[in-house]
Design a protein around this ligand. Sequence first.
Ligand SMILES: [Zn+2]
Length: 333
Amino acid sequence: MVKKSSFDSSKNGRLALLAGILITLAGCAKVDRAKLAPSGSGKLQVVATTGPVGDAVRRIGGDRLEVEVMMGPGVDPHLYRAIPSDLRRLDAAKIIVHNGLHLEGRMAETFERLAGKKTVIALADGLVAAKDKRLLAPPEFEGHYDPHVWHDVAMWSECIGYLADELAKADPNGAENYRANAAAYSAELAALDSQVRAATATIPENARYLVTAHDAFAYFSQAYGLESVGLKGVSTEDEIAIGRMDEVVKLIVENKIPAVFVETAVAPRVVEALVEPCAAAGHTVRCDAKLELYADALGPIGSGADSYAGMIRANVRTIVGALGGNAEQLAAE
Ligand SMILES: [Zn+2]
């Protein structure tokens, strides 16, 4: 009796558990469909490509926009192709916001196709329209500008102003909101920019080199007085040129550069390969998992680098600390 009853209750327990799972799954499916539905919440549906772009849209959109970000932490935008669920989201959205300047190199045709049907905003287009003198056109990027503009906080602030203007055109009822949010956020970014400037100024002269897997930090380096040294070019898709490794090893050894940096979205072995030849030439260069930079994506939720400003602070702390400077000037939040 006892046995049977315990069997029954455990069987019932399993059935209850299974029912629970099914209900949960049904719930998830419902949530997903709701996300795709056009503005059931009364908010405008927006799809943003990368983490930094999504953060910008959330800050400027406030309560008026419902923002979904396509590429999560650790996703490489240069190589990313939209999957079917992305295409459904892009089709359902009222507004699409991407970085532009071919950062999302494999989605250009998708954006072109959608631009005829809805508002498609490329954040960096504002810099191009204003003929911003800080824009860089590296020779190997086939005449295009370097897309990594968000690493210069002041340039990103310009992009925020452009975003507010474009959102105001797409949704005139929210214009005042967007402009007020942009003004408040730009003031925050101006403070952040000065802190980054103060922190990077403490790096000793000889160590002002930022050696990374791909050339994502040219704007950062231009703004904050370093020299950016990427093994690959402006896109992670580029191959490392013949002779490039030897060239960089020589640079590291001659300048006794203390550290080189891995990126969250690129395999660490690309940069780790510098350590041995430097050691053979008599110089120990540091390269470990703690020296990880957010080149093209934000960090996971809770990492402290899950917002644009948090990502910039995390990168600056890592760079300044490893190159022998002092990052105390950076505010905690
Ligand atoms: Zn990149």
